[in-house]
Design a protein around this ligand. Structure first.
Ligand code: SAM
Length: 263
């Protein structure tokens, strides 16, 4: 899977992409991440990438023309040769993503869909954002949450990480993403490791039992409990079995009893 990132701050990504699962996947050639400085696609002496907003108002807006040229160059659409910069394969048309707080909120489901693609091109905004006309080059607008950060670079990193780890072969078999929160529509349940006793709290006996059937059922119940407690709305759309619905009933009864005892 190839990621191309258009940014005004290419150095921002250097050390962030050296570490952990993503860093190792890049070294192993399972992922490729290239950054492109949008300033390289300006044509004036001052390499201008932003200008004051028409109509007045605070801040600066990123100009559309360097962005359009940068996208075309990376796609290999005429600017910068036939194969695209860095030898991007012209046959694989990248999905162009603009990161913006106005975009569709990124979810695990969207990350799973994007992980099936071969080439993503991520455009990072800065200042007050990008000129509206640059959006004509964009296939998808993604937000990392309902808040505003100063630039798109951290958002691009979030996408590279969330999508990159789902690309087959990136996570080792021991780190399967299937049990992760949101993968099956639920939150993952609590996890424990050594020591068996910590500050007077013991690891649940079932996890020490070696009975994998019981452990599996306990994990499912705790995953449902956590989802019910923290994100009950997820249960409305999560694919649930009859067994799950029974467990949810049990959990609600337990909650009711607990409430009565507390009163
Ligand atoms: N004026 C813009 C608005 O209100 O929509 C916000 C601009 S923000 C200061 C600068 C850039 O940071 C944006 O163009 C975008 O690329 C990025 N950004 C900020 N918040 C983001 C979020 N929640 N998700 C994704 N990107 C974000």
């Amino acid at each position: 899977m190839k990621f191309d990132i258009l940014t005004l701050l290419p150095d921002f990504f250097v050390s962030a992409l050296e570490y952990g699962v993503i860093g190792r996947a890049i070294t192993a050639g399972k992922l490729s991440v290239s950054t492109h400085d949008i300033r390289e696609y300006t044509t004036d002496r001052h390499r201008t990438v932003d200008d004051a907003p028409y109509g007045g108002g605070p801040g600066m807006v990123m100009k559309p023309d360097p962005i359009a040229r940068a996208i075309k160059a990376v796609k290999g659409d005429g600017v910068g040769g036939t194969g695209g910069v860095d030898g991007a394969d012209a046959d694989i048309v990248p999905t162009v993503i603009l990161v913006t707080p106005q975009g569709t909120p990124l979810t695990q489901q969207i990350a799973q869909e994007l992980a099936k693609k071969q080439h993503l091109l991520i455009l990072c905004g800065r200042y007050e954002g990008v000129d509206e006309r640059a959006r004509s080059e964009v296939d998808l607008e993604l937000s990392i949450g309902d808040y505003v950060i100063t630039g798109g670079e951290p958002a691009a990193l979030v996408i590279v990480d969330a999508v990159g780890r789902l690309v087959p072969g990136v996570l080792g078999s021991a780190d399967s993403p299937e049990s992760d929160s949101y993968s099956d529509g639920l939150l993952e349940g609590p996890q424990y490791t050594r020591p068996e006793m910590f500050e007077g709290v013991k690891v649940p006996d079932v996890l020490l039992s070696g009975d994998h059937k019981r452990i599996g059922r306990w994990r499912r119940k705790e995953s449902l409990r956590r989802t019910l407690e923290r994100r009950p709305e997820l249960l409305e759309t999560a694919p649930l079995s009859d067994d799950d619905r029974e467990i949810i009933k049990e959990l609600k009864q337990e909650e009711l009893k607990q409430g009565e005892q507390d009163d």
